[in-house]
Design a protein around this ligand. Sequence first.
Ligand code: MLT
Length: 233
Amino acid sequence: MSSIEICLTHEQLENYQHKDKNVVVIDVLRATSTINTILFSGAKSVMPVETLDECMKLRDQGYIIMAERMGKKVEGFDFGNSPTKIKKSEFEGKDVGIATSNGTKAIVKTKGSHITLIGSFLNLSKIIEYINNSNNDVLLVCSGWKGSTNLEDTLCAGAIVAGLQNFEYDSDTVIIAKKLYEQSKGDILSLMQKSSHAKRLSGYDNVKDIEFCSQVDTQEILPFFDKEKIRLL
Ligand code: MLT
């Protein structure tokens, strides 16, 4: 029987075994929701990078460049990290580079996995379907916020666990995430609105991003990280 484990912040990833596992990176507010929306809007690829300098250099290669720090768009980049700013007319057929505070760092760290999937509520069922159909151990990597566990990523990890069949686990983080989801699945948005990052984003007039990222199964896509770029499987 395959196993499932949850890492609650990307800084803790060194304490987990991710090599050769099916890894799902989760950053609901907003990196993985935004990356999925970019690909759902027809972009060719999304390159996650750790630093602003790496991202800026991609402009000369014709990439759309996006960067966020502390929830805000970084001066000098084409976009920040808001999924509600993504327009098909601007992104279709394009290569995109993105650097965010936590989510893109989490993705880059998972090199060596069997496969790294990009998970959010938007493509929840596609993630669950893939995991259930592949006989491999799974590690869910929540991005968190600057080393701290966050509510929305843990909730999404719990939603994935709740949909799995024939998986075993010996992990308190899996129990915590699953219980959190079971208590809140009726109203994901109102729980997300209580999160520290939702409050931070609301202060920057990003309220609609929170509603957008709480939608379930509106994007039937399966983005995966091929160690350099993220594309659709
Ligand atoms: C992150 O990478 O920590 C988040 O995506 C930040 C954000 O977009 O607000």
